[in-house]
Ligand binder design. Structure first.
Ligand code: NAP
Ligand code: G4F
Length: 361
């Protein structure tokens, strides 16, 4: 049985990836942080009692800031594949805590690469690189586009990108960068634009909220559906030789267009509810991210199926259901039509949504 180690397993992507790896027959080990409250909502539905002799999911406490502990973990687990998804992943927050962002999002990658190297194992390594690294480089962006990062987050990711390439070149490690454009889902953190909007749409429908405060709505993002992206992460580590890939849909609506789409789907006029609050503006913004994912189409046989308009419907429906309202219904239809049974991946969503707190922004 192949073994995978996943950092960031409690996050949006980590939870979808853990489901995929379990489905593919892996033994999955996840790194989780010790928090004073439970932070495993997104993976509670796949939890397995470690006393069960058939258990294939194991969680280990740790932190990306602690290299010694990562080395021990890698040495003890001896994974065949390491998916490094853990990071301070919120761009705006990275301006507030730039040093921490560098220590975790940047140096955390080095600690993990070094843990693999020191353990003397030949694990394949996936680095969660980001389209934010392109920053102000003109769209469309692909694997050849030079990075022009515009935030502490993006700068930390550029450092991690090059460390991954350096371990590949210096030590012959099978280490790859997936340079992913924005991918969203009902499991997206509540403070990212897409989920903040769809959650607010549901709460306005449910008369739990009357206003939504947002920042810059003119920026463009290439929005895809997260479960499709974790499938491509796995495919990258199954290749014969390591290579870096850009993943995205090639379509980038403005955040205004996405917001409007989500409100209109629920029969609401967004202009009545949305107000602009400059506190959500970033000191430096990234204006236009749009992927040229031709290499992934060709070498990974990967083409995303869900459009941003469909994504808005899937997310609004899930958020309506999460607060006990009847979904409008197109979201489930879209998932069934595009993925058949695969849409059952969303099975853990309702539980996650029900436990989400109020008043977050
Ligand atoms: P996410 O939902 O914010 O999840 C981040 C994960 O990292 C969580 O499990 C979090 O744990 C963990 N983490 C944070 N700080 C840590 C630390 N000091 N030690 C150990 N774990 C830590 O992010 P995501 O959307 O799933 O994204 C996954 C990865 O892909 C991230 O590296 C992100 O930067 C990158 N990425 C995401 C996108 C996107 O559009 N989603 C696009 C490109 C790249 P807690 O649950 O305890 O907070
Ligand atoms: O949803 P966002 O915070 O995502 P952002 O900054 O694009 O970063 C996400 O995608 C990256 C890939 O490109 C990942 F690497 C990263 O980890 C993360 O997953 O913001 C999207 C856009 C920005 O232009 C932002 O300025 O929406 C704009 N925005 C407007 N109002 C807002 C808001 N963003 C947030 N979070 N909250 C607002 O109220």
């Amino acid at each position: 049985m192949r073994k995978a180690l996943v950092t960031g397993i409690t996050g949006q992507d980590g939870s979808f990836l853990a489901e995929l790896l379990l489905k593919n027959g892996y033994e999955v080990h996840g790194l989780i942080r010790k928090a004073s409250t439970f932070n495993t909502d997104r993976i509670d539905h796949i939890y397995q009692d470690p006393h069960d002799p058939n258990a294939r999911l194991f969680l280990h406490y740790g932190d990306l800031s602690n290299g010694e502990q990562l080395t021990n973990l890698v040495y003890n687990v001896r994974p065949d594949e390491v998916y490094h998804l853990g990071a301070l992943s919120h761009v705006k927050v990275s301006f507030d805590i730039p040093e921490y962002t560098g220590a975790v999002t940047g140096l955390g990658t080095t600690r993990l690469l070094e843990a693999i190297q020191r353990s003397g194992i030949s694990a394949r390594f996936y680095q969660a690189s980001s389209s934010e690294m392109f920053g102000s480089a003109p769209a469309p962006q692909n694997e050849e586009t030079p990075f022009q990062p515009r935030s502490p987050y993006a700068i930390a990711k550029v450092y991690a990108y090059w460390m991954t390439r350096n371990y590949r070149e210096a030590y012959g490690m099978f280490a790859v960068n997936g340079v992913l454009f924005n991918h969203e889902s009902p499991r997206r953190g509540e403070t990212f634009l897409s989920r903040k909007v769809t959650r607010a749409v549901a709460r306005i429908k449910g008369e739990l909220q009357s206003k939504l405060y947002l920042g810059n709505l003119e920026a463009r993002r290439d929005y895809g559906y997260a479960p499709e992206y974790v499938e491509a992460m796995w495919r990258m580590l199954q290749l014969e030789a390591p290579a870096d890939f850009v993943l995205g849909t090639g379509v980038s609506p403005t955040m205004r267009e996405f917001t409007q789409e989500a409100f209109e789907y629920a029969g609401l006029d967004w202009k009545k509810y949305v107000e602009i609050d400059p506190r959500y503006f970033r000191p430096t913004e990234v204006d236009d991210l749009r992927a040229d994912a031709a290499k992934a189409h060709r070498m990974l046989d990967w083409s995303p199926k869900v459009t941003y308009k469909e994504l808005a419907r899937i997310m609004v429906d899930a958020d309506l259901e999460g607060i006990g309202l009847e979904p409008i219904g197109e979201g489930d239809e879209i998932l069934k039509r595009k993925f058949g049974d695969w849409h059952r991946w969303e099975s853990g969503v309702t539980a996650v949504l029900k436990s989400a707190g109020n008043g977050v922004d």
